[in-house]
Design a protein around this ligand. Sequence first.
Ligand SMILES: [Fe+2]
Ligand SMILES: [Fe+2]
Length: 270
Amino acid sequence: MKVLFVGDIVGRKARNFAQKKIVKLKDELQLDAVIVNVENAAGGFGVTPSICDDFFSAGADVLTTGNHIWDKREIISYISKSDRLLRPLNMIKGTPGLGMTVIKVNTGTIGVANIMTNLFMSRTDPVFEKIPDILKYLKLNENVNFSLVDVHGEASSEKMAIANALDGEVSAVVGTHTHVPTADHQILDKGTAYITDVGMSGDYNSIIGMNKDDALNRFLHPNNKKTRLEVSSGEPTLCAVVIETSANGLSKSINPLRLGGKLEQVFFKT
Ligand SMILES: [Fe+2]
Ligand SMILES: [Fe+2]
């Protein structure tokens, strides 16, 4: 299967750009599925029901998130009824919504899990303790033809360790949250595709998608609580990876894609 995973969407310009590109790429690359991290899609903070619906209309199959999932309160009732919008699996017991899902697409069945790491992140249950749950729920060639784990986290060491713990068991492990794309995309020893961070889809003439002056002021004047972060308004870059699997569900390639804006570099070759 060929699957597109799009990194954290930051703000309105990025989501409009990403939705247009998803429609185009789905056709051009003959994609079997599209997964998008939307945790910053609503003005940089969270996501709303209508934004989720717009991504599904554009061709997304599953949406993942992270620490910003609850920034817009109206998402609580929406996520409670959805099997396609995920929040991190290791949030405390009783948290609304799902952390893993299995859904049918035109050419097969895909499984997606969303987890959040522990180092330098808001408090969640220990992430490594959730690995057995993922392995039990997503079984390549049994209940799913393709499986992907979105590892939402700050520390590269933790993300790489999780990927290696899942190597050979899932099609891909992709990192999100730092908003900075890494150049370490690879196929691990046992066939799982991996990248430490896909990067955000947003304006890279910024500080992780936010207006430079606002973000810098926060660091320079940490006691000034008035500094509100606004999404940077320049042209967005869509950062994504295209993962292609073999018949056994493990990966043969992972190619980064950077379209538009300051960071445009197209690595994908047909
Ligand atoms: Fe993010
Ligand atoms: Fe995040």
